[in-house]
Design a protein around this ligand. Structure first.
Ligand SMILES: [Zn+2]
Length: 393
């Protein structure tokens, strides 16, 4: 992973977002708190400009004040892009969870369905689907411009292609089910992306789109490469622009809590989703991140001992981006599996008291696991510092 900051250091001359909300057309967007001088991509890379997002009070859509231009988007999705966890057991686990969510969304599916996954990543979800007996008759195709060459395959029921749909799928016909998981929020034009999905759907086909939820503010707000946080009302607006009908929306259960699933048909009638009042806790959430460095530094300073962290994944990378003074105090990172550490600093295998003595340990794991990890550290005789309770997701 490169550590070269991308993006530009100041906002002068950056393109500004359109005045009117692309979800609902309103032009009275509210500025969200800016949690620091720089921001972060979801793979941990630093972006050398602040996270400066707007929230539409009408539909709840959150977008950049200064959308990235073509050169910045190209830098984000160049060869350096890729979540470090794209292989291994975590990826397989997520693939199985998404396969279950897709089967749930399909209800009682007809046999011989032709299924396409646009932005399939490593193909883990399709591979998991291919192993499910309910999907035994399905023809499965995945496409992703970043599919590792070694994972491309075209045999039996599973085809994985590297490329973009408009070129690489020529001759493949249309699909009964077009799926896209955690991709639309990375696109520069969501209605155009939905139009692409529609063009790939058979006349009676359905589209299934998964993206981060907006029911509660969560860490996805902090990723610069999430160009949009898409509320149900905003998704209904995007669908109307693309000539799709939004049929249903559901929040996903653990282990996929924090994500939502939308189903669309190709009919042109009005969406079945009414504009519900979206959550507005993004302001409180980003304020907590803006104040995080002061909050954590004060607690670590009070203890007056060398500081280290438990965890070296996405949360540690978020602390590097948004709590840089606290991060600079961390001399090493404890993990149960140091071989899975992101490149944030020296990684050491956690060994209870032996690795806790004489230090204060910052709990640098996802908010949902903070309490469990803090209890473990204290149970092993260590001192733990946790995130504030205002950061719950
Ligand atoms: Zn709006």
């Amino acid at each position: 992973m490169t550590m070269t900051p991308i993006g530009r250091g100041d906002a002068d001359g950056l393109p500004r977002a359109s005045e009117s909300c692309p979800g609902c057309g309103r032009s009275d967007a509210v500025s969200l708190p800016i949690p620091g001088e720089r921001s972060m991509l979801s793979d941990g890379r630093i972006v050398a400009r602040p996270l400066d997002k707007l929230r539409c009070p009408g539909c709840g859509l959150i977008r950049h004040r200064h959308p990235p231009d073509a050169a910045e988007i190209s830098a984000i999705y160049s060869g350096a892009y890729g979540l470090p966890a794209l292989t291994g057991t975590g990826e397989q686990f997520r693939g199985k969870a998404y396969a279950s969510a897709i089967l749930d969304a399909l209800g009682k599916p007809a046999p011989d369905l032709r299924i396409l996954d646009v932005g399939c990543g490593s193909g883990a979800m399709l591979r998991a689907l291919s192993e499910r007996p309910e999907a035994g008759s399905f023809q499965l195709t995945g496409i992703d411009p970043a599919l590792p060459a070694a994972l491309a395959q075209a045999d039996g029921r599973l085809t994985l292609l590297r490329g973009f749909p408009d070129s690489a799928l020529a001759g493949h016909g249309r699909f009964d089910v077009v799926i896209s998981i955690n991709t639309i929020e990375h696109t520069s034009d969501p209605p155009a992306f939905l139009s692409t999905l529609k063009a790939l759907m058979a006349p009676e086909g359905v589209a299934i789109v998964v993206c981060p939820t907006t029911e509660f503010a969560n860490d996805e707000l902090l990723f610069f490469d999430h160009f949009w946080s898409i509320s149900p009302a905003a998704m209904a607006g995007f669908a109307a622009s693309a000539g799709l009908r939004l049929i249903s929306r559901a929040g996903l259960a653990a282990p996929l809590a924090g994500f939502q699933l939308f189903r669309f048909s190709g009919e042109k009638s009005a969406s079945a989703i009414a504009g519900e009042q979206p959550s507005s806790d993004a302001i409180a959430y980003l304020t907590a991140w803006k104040e995080l460095d002061v909050f954590l530094e004060r607690q670590i300073a009070e203890v007056n001992k060398p500081a280290q962290a438990f965890g070296a994944g996405q949360m540690a990378a978020l602390l590097r981006a948004y709590a840089p003074r606290t991060f600079a105090r961390l001399k090493r990172f404890l993990l149960d599996h140091p071989e899975e550490a992101w490149p944030v600093g020296p990684a050491v295998r956690y060994d209870g008291q032996n690795t806790l003595d004489g230090c204060v340990t910052l709990v640098a794991v996802h908010p949902s696991a903070q309490d469990v990890v803090a209890a473990r550290i204290r149970g092993d005789g260590g001192m733990a510092v946790t995130l504030p309770s205002t950061i719950q997701h």
